[in-house]
Design a protein around this ligand. Sequence first.
Ligand SMILES: [Fe+2]
Length: 234
Amino acid sequence: MPNDSSPAPETITRLMDRPDWLFLLREFEALYRFGSAGGSRPIRSHRKKVRDTLAAIIDANPELVARAPQEKPVTAYLNRAFDKAERGAVAGLGRALSRVADKLTWEYGYEKVPKALAQKYAYCEVLGPRGPVKAERLILGFVLFAPRTTYPQHSHKEIEESYISVSGDWSENEVAVHAPGSLILNRPGDEHRITTAELEPCLLAYAWVGSEGKLADPGMKLTSTRKARMVQGI
Ligand SMILES: [Fe+2]
C-alpha cells in the first residue's frame, strides 16, 4: 500500500542528465581555456574568469530548467551557420550547439526592437539566471545575424562581455574584421556596434560576467541615435 509520507519522486533535471547540454558547456569552457589572449592582460583575465566560473558551475551539476523553444525570422539562417562552422576554427562548439538546436529559445531582449533588426537578429541563452542551465554569476549564449546586418550601438552597464565568432565574419566599430575563433572584449560601458558580412550569416558565442543582480536584470538598451553619433564623432 502506498505510504503518503514517502518523499515525492525526484523531478529536477540536472546537467549530468542531459549530455548534449553538458558537452555544449564543456566545448564553451575549452574555448575560453585554450584560445589565445593575444598578449592582452584584460583579455587573459576575462578568459580566466569565464572558464573558472564555468568549471565551478559544471562541477556543481546545476539544475536544467525547460524553456519553451522559440524561433525568430533570423533562425532560418541557423543551418547555414552550422554548415559554415564545420569548416572553421570553432567547429566543436558549433556542432555541440546544433545538437540542442530544437530546444533553443531565441529572443530579442529589447522591449522595442527596430523593425529591420527584428528580421535579422536574435540571441539565445544557454546558461544563466533564466536557464536553461541555471547559474547566477555568468551568462553564456549565442547571437545570430543574417547577412548584411548592422546591430546598432549599445553598451552594457556593469557587465563585461566577450564575443567569439563561431561562423561568419563581422566587424565591431568598423575597426577590424573578425573571423571564426576571434574574440572581442567589451568592458562595462564600452560602446559597440556590429556589422556582418554581405553573403553569409554570422553566429557569435558570448559570455557575460557581472554581479548576480545585474545578470538577473541586465536592462538591455540601444544607445540613442544622437548619443551614438556623438560617440562616433559624426
Ligand atoms: Fe553587446
